[in-house]
Design a protein around this ligand. Structure first.
Ligand SMILES: [Zn+2]
Length: 158
């Protein structure tokens, strides 16, 4: 049986071969299983080293998962925005701030939306009635620091 020294912990015959193993890759709650992986595992420290072909398959499965996640977030951003009857411009003004084309970039998958924004969109997806609150809060956002200059009462003209 083949054995090798572990490059991680130095155990002299630590690395032992394994075949046809399945690994689960987890990225932001998306899972992808990769089967038939061959490589070496250290019996002392658990270090794993895939054979070249397996390492390549494992890495490309990870890349694909990342890409799928990006596409999923992009399409969710678009679907939810439309469900809320917002233009991209309104969505920026009311929800995200930032550049005027921020939403268009999120929806094309050019950049991932910031996590709090994505969470907000998902909340609004579940509770679209809260858009009324969003509109109300956003109308209030005018500076509130006018305490020192009390507003002149309007003269009644009737
Ligand atoms: Zn080791």
């Amino acid at each position: 049986m083949k054995q090798r020294q572990c490059v991680s912990c130095g155990a002299p015959a630590g690395m032992q071969p394994f075949n046809n193993r399945s690994e689960l890759i987890d990225y932001k709650h998306l899972l992808r299983q990769v089967d038939g992986l061959d490589g070496w595992e250290c019996q002392a420290c658990g270090e794993i080293e895939f054979d070249a072909a397996s390492a390549e398959r494992y890495a490309s499965a990870g890349d694909q998962l990342l890409e799928d996640c990006r596409q999923f977030m992009a399409s969710e951003m678009k679907r939810i925005r439309r469900k809320l009857h917002l233009s991209q411009k309104d969505a920026v003004r009311l929800l995200s701030g930032g550049g005027h084309n921020a939403f268009s970039r999120y929806e094309r998958g050019e950049v991932a939306p910031p996590q709090p924004l994505f969470m907000l969109m998902r909340l609004l997806d579940r509770h679209p009635e809260l858009m009324a609150e969003v509109h109300a809060l956003s109308a209030q956002q005018a500076p509130a620091a006018t305490d020192s200059e009390p507003q002149q009462p309007r003269l009644a003209t009737s």
